[in-house]
Design a protein around this ligand. Structure first.
Ligand code: PKZ
Length: 132
């Protein structure tokens, strides 16, 4: 699993107890996961369909640096399933884990459409990653 996105926990991200607000973290994960799905499926029109149990394993505090990891676990006909882990960048302690996030590939009318992808790729709409 690659941990691409890092966040620095700021005062506006906190709940009244002074730790990272769960809803804020879920918003970041949804955005991270939809970008992953868009890149994998080569289509900007995808939606969140299903999110399994969310395990808030430990909390994050103001000033912590966290990182979010997403990995595709299954390519369906019109859907892609991923798992997610968020951890403290410095201590590597797990903050949250989600076993299953399902996104659906849609056509211009919002109808599920086959994506014809079967494995993880590093191209977006035919543009191969060059490493430059
Ligand atoms: C670098 C590039 C930058 C580009 C930059 C552009 C960015 C610009 C885009 C921004 C995009 C933002 C997106 C943000 C993410 C949202 O916030 S999305 C908003 C929240 N989500 C929604 O509103 C979705 C609402 N739901 C729906 O509209 C309908 O349920 C859907 C998604 C059209 C699916 O309809 P449906 O009748 O369930 O369809 P159906 O054919 O039965 O199932 C479709 C697939 O879902 C699966 N499925 C259905 N139900 C379930 C379930 N309960 N559990 C698991 N899987 C299920 C099915 O198995 C099927 O998968 P496949 O077997 O085909 O693989």
């Amino acid at each position: 699993m690659n941990f691409h996105t890092r966040k620095w926990i700021k005062p506006e991200d906190l709940n009244p107890n002074g730790s990272l607000f769960g809803g804020t973290l879920l918003r970041w994960i949804d955005e991270e996961a939809v970008i992953y799905a868009i890149v994998q499926l080569g289509n900007p029109k995808v939606v969140t369909k299903y999110i399994s149990e969310i395990n808030f394993v430990s909390s994050a505090q103001q000033g912590d640096i966290i990182e979010m990891g997403i990995e595709a676990t299954h390519f369906g006909r019109t859907s892609i399933t991923m798992r997610c882990e968020v951890r403290n960048k410095i201590t590597r302690k797990t903050i949250l884990s989600i076993d299953k996030l399902v996104f659906v590939n849609l056509d211009e009318n919002g109808i599920p459409v086959p994506h014809h992808k079967t494995e993880i790729t590093y191209a977006y709409m035919g543009i191969e990653k060059t490493g430059k």
